[in-house]
Design a protein around this ligand. Structure first.
Ligand SMILES: Nc1ncnc2c1ncn2[C@@H]1O[C@H](COP(=O)(O)OP(=O)(O)OP(=O)(O)O)[C@@H](O)[C@H]1O
Ligand SMILES: Nc1ccn([C@@H]2O[C@H](COP(=O)(O)O)[C@@H](O)[C@H]2O)c(=O)n1
Length: 211
């Protein structure tokens, strides 16, 4: 079973994806980390984030160790990832890896921006997780503050707004809900409530294999 989860930054899709994977004992891939890794590798080498051939070359240098580097999860790499993610050649270079992951396990959950629309258009369940910009900014602000990173709420809000516009406005695989995705607006939901709603949706699909 393949579960595709998409949505804007800090909407809670990663949290939900991890909880769904734990609940069903499915494998999980945070696809945003792939774009973050490319931005990180380019930056480390002092290369331009818009250099498409170099960005594509960096995909061969993504290792488990790179993906586990805590720098990937910071604010700068979120911003950098959304710049490299607009390069069509880079997106194309990452498709096979994601599709192979999706089909290598009896159950897989992938979260990102284009999973239900481009990577796994035939996913068994598609969820589009969202929340208001203000709520997402508050969540990310709390998260980064807890890690000792001193940004203001306004910094984070401006970042997410810019990232939303870039991710939704790019020509290659823009952020959007698949036509057959279920919307989960987590603005006023706890992570546990979002999980409960997702489980209800997934179970309804699991018991109707002919759909
Ligand atoms: N329903 C929720 N209520 C409150 N906080 C939440 C909820 N879901 C997630 N969070 C918190 O909000 C922050 C962002 O969540 P998460 O990392 O899951 O979002 P995301 O959509 O995967 O973000 P990104 O695309 O940037 O990776 C985290 O600190 C997480 O603990
Ligand atoms: N399937 C995806 C996943 C991510 N991106 C881009 O990467 C940026 C960082 O993603 P996070 O989920 O880690 O925040 C994101 O802003 C997107 O630009 C993507 O394009 N497709």
């Amino acid at each position: 079973m393949i579960i595709a989860i998409d949505g804007p930054a800090a909407s809670g899709k990663g949290t939900l994806a991890i909880k769904i994977a734990q609940h069903y004992q499915f494998a999980h891939l945070d696809t945003g980390l792939l774009y973050r890794a490319v931005a990180f590798l380019l930056s480390q080498k002092g290369l331009d984030l818009q250099d498409e051939p170099q960005a594509i070359a960096m995909t061969h240098e993504i290792t488990e160790a790179v993906l586990a580097d805590p720098h990937l999860r910071g604010r700068e790499m979120g911003e950098g990832a959304s710049v490299v993610a607009a390069l069509p050649g880079l997106r194309a270079a990452l498709v096979d890896y994601q599709r192979k992951f999706a089909t290598s396990f009896p159950g897989a959950v992938l979260d990102g921006r284009d999973i239900g629309t481009v990577i796994c258009p035939d996913a068994d369940v598609k969820l589009f997780v969202t929340a208001s910009l203000e709520e997402r900014s508050q969540r990310r602000f709390k998260e980064l503050s807890a890690k000792g990173q001193s940004y203001t709420y306004e910094d984070i809000l401006a970042d997410l707004k810019k990232r939303d516009e870039r991710d939704s406005g790019r020509s290659s695989a823009p952020l959007k809900a698949a036509d057959d995705a279920f919307l989960i607006d987590t603005t006023n939901m706890t992570p546990a409530e979002a999980l409960k709603m997702a489980i209800r949706i997934i179970n309804s699909k699991r018991t109707k294999p002919s759909e």
